[in-house]
Design a protein around this ligand. Sequence first.
Ligand code: 13P
Length: 187
Amino acid sequence: MSLEGLSPVRSGNVSARFSDGMLITPTAMAYSVMTADDVVFIDAEGAPQRGGRAPSSEWHFHLAIYGAKAEARAVVHCHSTSATALACARKSIPAFHYMVAVAGGQDIPLAPYATFGTPELAQAVVATLKDRRACLLANHGQIAFGETLEATLDLAREVEALAAQYIAVLQLGAVHILDDEEMGIVL
Ligand code: 13P
């Protein structure tokens, strides 16, 4: 994620469902120096393992996704440039390209703004992901979940590519949105 430029410096975080909770990246640690020993276990109640590193500040939304989505086994959150630019412009990604279906529906929605690391942001994320596997986060970035870490990273890559393409189309000033019937066929 870091080497591909999907998440500059210490931004973003990754988790995987584990036991009755999850394993999550530590807060404020560069990926380049992170090792398996730095990863933190958090149980279903949100209690981190004793004696370990402090977990990602975003553990609320990671845990909330595992609580709300039985199929979720991995979560990737990143501040990839194009997805973040759209999210800061408070734009979702409509069906300008049929590939938005990778997120599970007719668009890639935008979660309303809430301060990072808060239960309010977790609530907004879960509500926005009601029928989706990925969304943008207003003035923040993007989040994706899936059945494996690899598939979830791929989805985050797809969201970033679609965001870059949509920005290019907006610059051309000629957006054509596929209608619900066509997106129904695609889905
Ligand atoms: P953490 O280092 O606490 O995971 O925070 C990074 C981030 O991107 C917050 O949204």
